[in-house]
Structures are given as C-alpha cells and as structure tokens.
Design a protein around this ligand. Structure first.
Ligand SMILES: *Cc1c(COP(=O)(O)O)cnc(C)c1O
Length: 365
C-alpha cells in the first residue's frame, strides 16, 4: 500500500531531535510565549525575508488577523472588497468573510491553477482594498502584473502562504512578496507542526504590533486590553519542533521536486495532464496535481492497485453550503479543476520504488 502521506514516517525522520526538543520544553516549565517562540519567530522571519514573524494558533487565524489588523488601522472597513482566487481552500475565503469584508472571486488560469492575473483588473472596484493571492499547491502565484495592479490601485497585497513554505519568486521567498502573509503549519504542510500552528510575516511594524496583540486577547501589556482580540498563540512545543524542522525544509522541498520531475518526465499517458513548470524555484510541490477527464475512475483504479490519492479539492468554495449566496454563480475553470484534479503522493519520505510503481500504474490506465 502506498499511502498519500504517513506523518508517522515523517516524524521518524527527525525523531531524535524532536524528542530532545519536546523534552527540553517539558523540563523548562514554560509552555507559552517563551524562548522557543522567540527563536522560531526570529529564524522564520529570517528565512522568509521579513522583519517580523508572529507565531499564532493556526493558518486560518493568521490570515484572519491580517484583515482584522487592517480594520483596526482604519485601512479597511465592513463591506470593502478583497480579490481572491475562486480556486482555493476554504480558509482563504473564511478569513475575509469572518471580518465582514467581501470576497471577489477571480478565476484561475487552467495552466497554472493560480489566480489569472488577466482577470483581476476587471474585478477591481472603488471598494477594493486588497488582493489576496494563494500560492496554491506550493506554486508561486505572484506575478509582476499583480504587483503593478496593487501599486496602480493602492491595494494591499496579502499572501496565503499555507502551502508554499520555501517557494521563491526570483530570489525572494513567498511570504515576503506583499504587505503581509499568513502561514499554516498544519501537520501535512511542507513545514508541519505536531498539531495546529501558524504565523504571520510582514515588514510593517504597526501591523505586526497589532497582530501580536490580537493573538493575545488584544492586550498591549499584561491586563491592558486595547482590542477585543482572541487567544491564538503558538505553543512552545510546536515552536521548538518547527524551528528544528525549518533547518530541513529546503532539503525536504528538493526531495519533493525530484519526485515531481520524475512524474513529469515519465507520466506519458495522454489522458493525464501534469503540471507545467517554468521555474523550479517557484514551486515546492505541496501537492502534485494531475488532471484527468476520467478522474474518479483513475482514482478507483489506483486504489485497487494499493495507491492512495486525494482530491484538492472536491467542491469549490462557491458551491459550499456556507456560501449559499454564490451557489448559482458559475466559475467554469474553477469547476473544471475541481472535477478533474487528482493529487499524487509526494513527500520527503516517498521511496523511488514507490514513485516508479505509481508512474507505471498511471501509464497503464
Ligand atoms: C491549510 C490552509 C489554510 C489554513 O491553515 P490551518 O492551519 O489549517 O488553519 C489556509 N489556506 C490554505 C491555502 C491552506 O492550504
């Protein structure tokens, strides 16, 4: 059986250091907002290339707090619009609606699956305050055109970097390309914790200060509350684990890239569309998405051969019950991706023999 991923095996890879880290925190008597947080925040900000990184409870909170902080700063208000790709994980959009801002869904490109920068300008109105790009599947969604649109219309650029730790645009990491970025360290992400965890990166001092406060009940100092914030903190144990795994991130991403290369070069079945890669630095393959008209049949066929695949994602956000108001709107490219997409196993512990077996099975379909 080839599983999509086995977190247990990934944990085994770093087992000794993880046990050391967990023991260190357990013995320290400090479980929140201590040295481990400081160290990870410093190291992660340096890695991403921003002045500030603020640890928080999860990726959804990270994205939500960015908008909330802009509201506190008077830069955004209820009813303002945020441009966001229609093809994304629900959390990107929840972060906007949670703040009573209005998402403006924009179709992706069928070649990259990322937001189509040719369709953004027509979605901009006098109420638009930000563009949120999502580096979906681990691929950079930023383009120079998006940067220019933000300048031209004075829009904030927010990155959802939940799937793309280590991904680059030219020489800069995603997460440092816009005004602020939200990161998730959900266990299955490229940089994964042993539970929920997230972070915000930015170069904006005021934004960073407000976000730090929002994560901690809105307090500016102990028992002084300036905002009605929330409790969303990064545990010391998670920070310690993330900090040690960060050292291996580039190495692990390179293993993913080697697998992706092998898939792209060796999957020859004409029914299968593999990702187009123009720049290998601009993709860290959180997901290896293929497309197939007979997707469900292919998934069952692979399952019968002991190969587990997943679908990212089966139902697009605009067809979900939580967004009933959009259910009748048609986003044909997004819907096509959701109908045809299949994610092949890709991670730092997959063996060559398993990758060969997957390719053989797909070519024989
Ligand atoms: C995982 C993910 C999130 C949310 O992160 P959590 O830590 O699970 O809250 C947000 N956006 C995208 C694109 C994701 O993949």
């Amino acid at each position: 059986m080839i599983n999509f991923f086995e977190l247990k095996k990934i944990a085994e890879k770093y087992s000794k250091e993880i046990h050391e880290a967990v023991t260190r925190v357990a013995d320290s008597g400090r479980y929140l907002q201590g040295e481990e947080n400081k160290k990870f925040e410093t190291d992660y900000a340096e890695y991403i290339g921003t002045k500030y990184a603020i640890g928080c409870g999860n990726g959804l909170d990270a994205l939500t707090f960015i908008f909330r902080a802009y509201i506190e700063m008077g830069i955004m208000q209820t009813g303002d619009e945020v441009i966001v790709p229609a093809n994304t994980y629900i959390a990107s959009i929840l972060a906007i609606t949670e703040n009573r801002l209005t998402p403006k869904l924009v179709e992706p490109s069928i070649d990259t699956y990322e937001i189509d920068d040719n369709k953004i300008e027509e979605a901009i109105s006098s109420k638009t305050k930000a563009i949120m790009i999502v580096h979906l599947y681990g691929q950079c969604a930023y383009t120079n055109k998006i940067g220019e649109l933000c300048k031209k219309y004075h829009l904030k650029l927010i990155e959802d970097n939940a799937q793309a730790h280590g991904c680059k645009f030219n020489n800069k990491h995603t997460g440092s390309l816009g005004d602020a970025a939200g990161h998730s360290f959900y266990p299955g992400k490229n940089l994964g914790a042993f539970g929920d965890a997230g972070a915000i990166t930015t170069n904006d001092k005021e934004l960073a200060t407000i976000i730090r406060s929002l994560c901690d009940y809105g307090s500016t100092e102990k028992y002084i509350f300036k905002y009605n914030g929330r409790n969303s903190r990064l545990d010391e144990i998670q920070a310690a684990i993330l900090d040690l795994k960060l050292k291996y991130l580039d190495q692990d991403n390179n293993l993913r890239k080697q697998i992706a290369k092998y898939y792209i070069e060796n999957i020859t079945n004409p029914q299968i569309i593999t990702p187009i890669v123009n720049n290998w630095n601009a993709n860290v393959f959180h997901i290896f998405p293929i497309r197939c008209k007979k997707r469900d049949e292919l998934q069952q066929y692979l399952r019968n051969r002991g190969i587990e695949t997943l679908i990212h994602y089966p139902i697009p956000p605009h067809k979900q019950e939580c967004y009933k108001e959009w259910n009748q709107i048609s986003f044909p490219i997004t819907e096509k991706i959701h109908k045809e997409e299949l994610s092949l196993p890709i991670n730092q512990i997959l063996m060559n023999s398993e990758v060969c077996e997957i390719v053989k099975a797909i070519n024989a379909f």
